[in-house]
Design a protein around this ligand. Sequence first.
Ligand code: PLP
Length: 319
Amino acid sequence: MASVAPNDLSSLWMPFTDNRYFKANPRLMVAAQDMHYTTAVGRRVLDGTAGLWCVNAGHGREPIVKAIQQQAAVLDYAPTFQLGHPLAFQLASRVAGIMPEGLDRIFFTNSGSESVDTALKIALAYWRAKGQGQRIRLIGRERGYHGTGFGGISVGGIVTNRRTFGTGLPGTDHLPHTHDPARNAFSKGQPAHGADFADRLEAMIALHGPDTIAAVIIEPVAGSTGVLVPPVGYLERLRAITAHHGILLIFDEVITGFGRIGAATAAERFGVTPDIICLAKGLTNAAVPMGAVAAARHVYDAIVDAPGDVPGIELFHGY
Ligand SMILES: Cc1ncc(COP(=O)(O)O)c(C=O)c1O
């Protein structure tokens, strides 16, 4: 067995990090409480972004720490395929209780990336269950970040995240982003101009045919290439166009969920209800890796009530 010194940083391959630089200049956090981290050299650092937008309730919250300790002692793990445990059902009901009306079917995952890929698969499964399996196109948006699964990078709009990894899912397309400083410089709150960016979806629908498109996925407020607040009327317009053509609308609320923008969801905050919402991060205050997908009841019913390819399991997906 190789012996590794406790302060040897070489074994860990760090995600989204300049590994060589980091290992020469390590920045190690060793503790956190409330709004602050403590570094390895004892400095207090204000956690201005709440981790990676995930520690919504602050660090070191006693009820969260206790809940994790207690549950690990009582039932640390139970399989989730064909078995369950009561708290998962209770949590699903509680999450459903803060989702917009009707989005009360909850599928749990372990991260935001998994929530996104789950939502995309649910959209495809929905159309297949409805006898419209030709609806396979998934539309994302430029500058969008939907995690690092193959589905998420395919609908995402950040080139560095995908150019190394092949062609991605076939049949994806991308709406324009809404960052428009020429018209919206110095906006406060939602920019006044830009609802018309949603009309590009009509052009895409005309190009591809509405009956080939399964879903449109966007972050209601994009957060990874600058915080892009939706222009006034933009989300409403996207909802109207998708509803008109029977296309599912997915909001990726991995960073906007759980109070991040002043309501339980951005859907509630902006008064626009999608068919599916992706969640993670604030769901557990990031203390446990976990995500969720909230689906409208009609989406769940279509898949679960369909005869299916193989009797017994309606959706061949899970983590
Ligand atoms: C909008 C959005 N979707 C998905 C993800 C991916 O979540 P995770 O890092 O938990 O996989 C992120 C992460 O920041 C995100 O901002």
